[in-house]
Design a protein around this ligand. Structure first.
Ligand code: ATP
Ligand code: MG
Length: 501
C-alpha cells in the first residue's frame, strides 16, 4: 500500500517533472540530523540510499526503521566513528575493514555506512574489485532502480531525492528493473536474480520483460552463489504474503530446476485412460498461499511447501483405482533431511517439526472421512503432540478444490475432528502424554535391568491407554503392568508405591 501523502507527492512529481521531490519532512530518525550536521562540518557528502528510501516511498516512514544505508563520498568507516561519538550514548559499532563498511546499532535500527564506490567483477566470484567513486558510480552498482534511490543529507539540498534511473516511476508502475544493462548486472552478481524475484514477490511487483529474460539467460550463474545466501532469499520469498508467486517466477526463469529440483519435478500432469492427476507443483503453491493467510511461521510454511514432495517418486497408475501416491507422506518425511542438509537449513528441531508435519499430513483427512473412533483421535493427539494445531492448519490449507461445496464439506469435516479432539483432550489428557508408569518403575517392580521386556510392558500400557482399553491413570496402568509382566514370566520383586498418585 503506497502511503497516501507520498503517493500524492509522487503524482505531483510526474505532473511537474522538473521539480525535485523533497522528503526532508519524512526523515524522522535522529541519526539523519546527526549525519547532516557532520556532512556540513566535515564537508563529506552523505546520502541515505536503498531499501530505506524505497520503503519510505512505498509505506511512509516509521519511527524505527529496521535498517538504514548511508553512503558517503569519502570513508564510510570514519563517518561511522564520528556518528558514534556524536550520538552521545553507548551504541555498538562494528567495523568490517575488508568490505570498507561499518555498522552502528542504535536501538532497534541498524545503520550501515559505506564509502561511495565503483565496482568491477571477475567471472568466478560475486566479490567485486572496488575503487572509490562518486555518488553516481555508487548508484550504478545498485541492483534495481527502486533500490538506487538516494536522499541527500547535505546542507544545500537536504531531503532532495536523487533518482537517476526512474526508480520513482518504477515504484508507481510496480516494476522491477536494473539501472544498467540487466545481463551484466546478473552475471556480475547472480544473487541479484533471487533478490529481484524476492522483491517482486514481497512487493507484488512485475519483473520487466527484458530483466526477466536476462535472469533466464544467466540462470546458470547462480552456481557461484553460496547456498546460505540462496536459502536466505528462499526463506524471504516463503515469508512473503503470497509466496506462490515467487516460486512461479523461479520456475519461469529456470532457477527452480537448479536450486530446488525436487520441487521442479512436481510440475506437470500425466494422463492415462483419460485420467489426469492434478499438477502437484501448482497445488503445492496454492497450499503455500493458503497457509500464508493463517500463519507467519516460516517452518509451518516450509511444511506446506514440502508436504507432497514425494508425490513424483510415488506416483503410480493402477487400473482399478487410478492415480495413487502410496506412502508419499512417509517417503516425503524421509527426503527432508537430505533437502535441509543441501540447503544448509537447520538440522535441528525445526527440521524434525517439518518432518513430523509432512509425515502426519494425511491423518486428519483420513479421520474426517471415516467414522471417527475415539482411539484414532487419541492416537493423532498422541502422535502430533504440541504440533496438533499446526497440523490442522496445514490440513485445512491443503484443501484446494475449485468446487466451493467440496471445500465447505471438507472444512465441516475438519470441524468435527477438531471438536472430537477437544472433547477427548478434556477427558484423557493425551497431549504431551507422560506414561503413568516409567521404565524405571517397571525395572524396580520386577527386579530386572534395562531390557526388552521393560520396553514391551511400557509400550503395552501406552497402547492400552490410546486404544481406550484402560483409563490414563496410575492404578489402571499398574494393574496392566502386572498382567503384562506375568504373561512374560516375570515375578514381582518389589511393590510399587505411588508417591505421584
Ligand atoms: P531489505 O533490507 O528490505 O531486504 P534492501 O533493499 O534494504 O531490502 P539490503 O540487503 O539491506 O536490501 O541492501 C541495501 C541496499 O544495498 C539495497 O537497497 C541495494 O541498493 C544495495 N544492494 C544490496 N545487495 C545488493 C547486490 N547484491 N547488488 C547490488 N546492490 C545491492
Ligand atoms: Mg535493507
Amino acid at each position: 500500500m503506497i502511503h497516501n501523502a507520498l503517493l500524492l507527492r509522487i503524482r505531483l512529481y510526474f505532473c511537474c517533472s522538473f521539480s525535485i521531490m523533497n522528503l526532508s519532512k519524512h526523515l524522522h530518525h535522529k541519526v539523519f540530523q546527526i549525519i547532516a550536521a557532520l556532512a556540513a562540518k566535515e564537508q563529506i557528502p552523505s546520502y541515505v540510499i536503498g531499501g530505506f528510501v524505497r520503503d519510505l516511498l512505498l509505506e511512509g516512514a516509521g519511527n524505527t526503521p529496521k535498517d538504514i544505508d548511508i553512503v558517503v563520498v569519502g570513508s564510510g568507516i570514519e563517518m561511522a566513528e564520528k556518528v558514534k561519538q556524536a550520538i552521545g550514548e553507548e551504541v555498538p559499532l562494528s567495523i568490517f575493514r575488508n568490505f570498507g563498511t561499518a555498522m552502528i546499532k542504535w536501538g532497534d535500527t541498524e545503520i550501515e555506512f559505506v564509502g561511495a564506490r565503483k565496482e568491477s567483477y571477475r567471472r568466478d566470484s560475486r566479490k567485486p574489485l572496488v575503487e572509490n567513486g562518486s555518488l553516481e558510480d555508487d548508484q550504478n552498482r545498485r541492483d534495481f532502480t527502486i533500490n538506487a534511490l538516494a536522499i541527500s543529507l547535505n546542507p544545500n539540498d537536504f531531503g532532495d531525492l536523487l533518482d537517476p534511473f526512474g526508480g520513482v516511476k518504477h515504484l508507481e508502475e510496480k516494476l522491477i528493473t536494473t539501472p544498467l544493462e540487466p545481463g551484466s548486472t546478473f552475471s556480475d552478481d547472480p544473487l541479484r536474480m533471487l533478490r529481484g524475484i524476492r522483491f517482486a514477490t514481497r512487493l507484488g511487483f512485475t519483473i520487466e520483460a527484458g530483466t526477466l529474460d536476462a535472469i533466464h539467460e544467466h540462470r546458470q550463474r547462480i552456481g557461484i552463489v553460496s547456498q546460505e545466501r540462496i536459502s536466505d532469499e528462499l526463506n524471504k520469498i516463503i515469508e512473503a504474503k503470497q509466496p506462490g508467486k515467487g516460486f512461479l517466477l523461479l520456475d519461469q526463469t529456470g532457477l527452480l530446476e537448479i536450486i530446488f529440483p525436487e520441487l521442479h519435478q512436481m510440475k506437470g500432469v500425466e494422463e492415462v485412460n483419460t485420467m489426469l492427476h492434478k499438477d502437484n507443483f501448482l497445488h503445492t503453491l496454492e497450499v503455500l498461499d493458503n497457509i500464508a493467510l493463517k500463519t507467519d511461521d516460516l517452518w509451518l510454511r516450509w511444511a506446506a511447501l514440502l508436504h507432497d514432495i514425494a508425490k513424483p517418486r510415488t506416483r503410480k497408475f493402477e487400473p482399478d483405482t487410478g492415480w495413487t501416491f502410496h506412502a508419499h507422506e512417509f517417503i516425503g518425511a524421509k527426503m527432508i533431511p537430505g533437502i535441509f542438509r543441501r540447503m544448509k537449513l537447520p538440522l535441528n528441531e525445526k527440521m524434525r517439526y517439518v518432518q513430523k508435519l509432512v509425515q502426519l499430513h494425511l491423518r486428519p483427512i483420513v479421520l474426517s472421512q471415516d467414522i471417527v473412533t475415539d482411539a484414532a483421535v487419541r492416537r493423532l493427539i498422541y502422535d502430533a503432540g504440541e504440533d496438533l494445531e499446526d497440523l490442522m492448519t496445514l490440513c485445512e490449507a491443503d484443501i484446494t478444490s475449485k468446487n466451493p461445496r467440496t471445500v465447505k464439506r471438507h472444512l465441516r469435516n475438519f470441524q468435527v475432528v477438531r471438536e472430537k479432539i477437544h472433547e477427548l483432550e478434556e477427558r484423557d489428557s493425551i497431549r504431551n502424554f507422560q506414561p503413568p508408569i516409567s521404565g524405571d518403575d517397571i525395572q524396580k517392580v520386577f527386579g530386572i535391568p534395562p531390557s526388552r521386556p521393560v520396553g514391551l510392558i511400557k509400550n503395552a500400557i501406552k497402547e492400552a491407554i490410546l486404544d481406550g482399553e484402560i483409563p490414563n491413570n496410575f492404578v489402571a496402568a499398574r494393574q496392566r503392568m502386572l498382567e503384562e509382566g506375568k504373561a512374560l514370566g516375570l515375578t514381582v520383586h518389589q511393590e510399587l508405591k505411588r508417591e505421584k498418585e
